[in-house]
Design a protein around this ligand. Structure first.
Ligand SMILES: Nc1ncnc2c1ncn2[C@@H]1O[C@H](COP(=O)(O)OP(=O)(O)OP(=O)(O)O)[C@@H](O)[C@H]1O
Ligand SMILES: [Mg+2]
Length: 265
């Protein structure tokens, strides 16, 4: 190897690769030359091996940046979800979502359930799976989304902003129903849902039953029109179970009951 390194063509090749910013090919050049010699690879085979290093790194960077721009609250994935803790969830159904077929079919998913049951976790996991497969994905809380649309309206750029949110192949709107939405803002939300309807997929999370959406949006007609479009091609995952956030507390309580012979301390 030393004699190759001393060789002026070797030096020239390194310079060319550096000039072309093919860092991985520089890093793996020696190893690939050794591999080529030991395994009697042809020139094209060796070149494929060397360029594959560069391609792998580019793909990894691309995936990382897709995940980064997704605006996710954390990077928890399906593998981090304890399905045994929440037996009302059909694991296979959630795993099916990560195949992203629902995006091809332009279908929606609604996670419905009380606090801490894993709605945001599961929505984020599916979003990350989509971003990793280079699907344009964006996560936003409902309140922030509405504030952004409202601001855009005031600045006379609502149409642009709506188009911006409408174009994502997958938009995750978290926490519908946590903060009240006045009727004017409900119209902005409706406009976005209408623009995405049957064009792109949306995942929504909510702690409010659909019959209460009229109160949330402070306009039953708009709420109805929103629900109609969201639910037309949608899977609703209704999670009924305890809060994972309180898991530790329940366990402590159970331990203390057992410790005290079944009598709560
Ligand atoms: N089954 C689970 N396995 C592992 N972690 C879980 C599970 N369920 C929830 N968690 C974790 O518990 C926390 C709360 O979950 P999450 O944020 O998804 O709840 P949520 O249903 O969105 O609640 P909220 O309605 O209050 O927003 C997160 O840190 C999440 O990762
Ligand atoms: Mg949540």
């Amino acid at each position: 190897m030393r004699c190759i390194k001393m060789n002026s063509t070797y030096t020239k090749l390194i310079q060319n690769l550096e000039y072309l910013k093919l860092k991985q090919m520089v890093v793996h050049l020696d190893g690939t030359i050794d591999f080529m010699t030991n395994n009697q690879l042809s020139f094209t085979e060796a070149l494929i091996k060397l360029t594959d290093y560069e391609i792998d790194m580019k793909e990894k960077n691309m995936v990382n940046s897709m995940v980064k721009v997704g605006g996710f609250p954390h990077f928890k994935e399906i593998k981090d979800f304890d399905f045994e803790f929440q037996p009302t969830i059909n694991k296979q159904q959630i795993l099916d979502f990560t195949t992203l077929r629902f995006i091809e079919l332009k279908e929606n998913i609604v996670f419905l359930g009380s606090s801490g049951v894993g709605k945001t976790h599961l929505a984020t996991s599916i979003g990350i799976a989509a971003a990793k497969k280079r699907t344009s994905t964006y996560f936003i809380k409902c309140h922030d989304l509405i504030m952004n649309l409202k601001k855009a309206k005031l600045e006379n750029r609502l149409e642009n902003r709506l188009k911006h949110y409408a174009k994502y192949k997958l938009l995750l709107i978290d926490e519908i129903g946590y903060l009240p939405i006045d009727a004017e803002d409900a119209k902005l939300f409706f406009q976005l849902i209408d623009m995405r309807y049957e064009r792109n997929s949306t995942i929504l999370t909510t702690n409010a039953n659909f019959k209460n959406w009229g109160d949330i949006f402070q306009d039953p007609k708009i709420a109805n029109a929103i629900l109609d479009r969201v639910l037309h091609h949608a899977t609703v995952i209704n999670i009924i179970g305890p809060s994972y956030r309180l898991k530790g507390h329940f366990e402590k309580e159970k331990d203390s009951m057992e410790h005290n012979g079944g009598i709560k301390a």
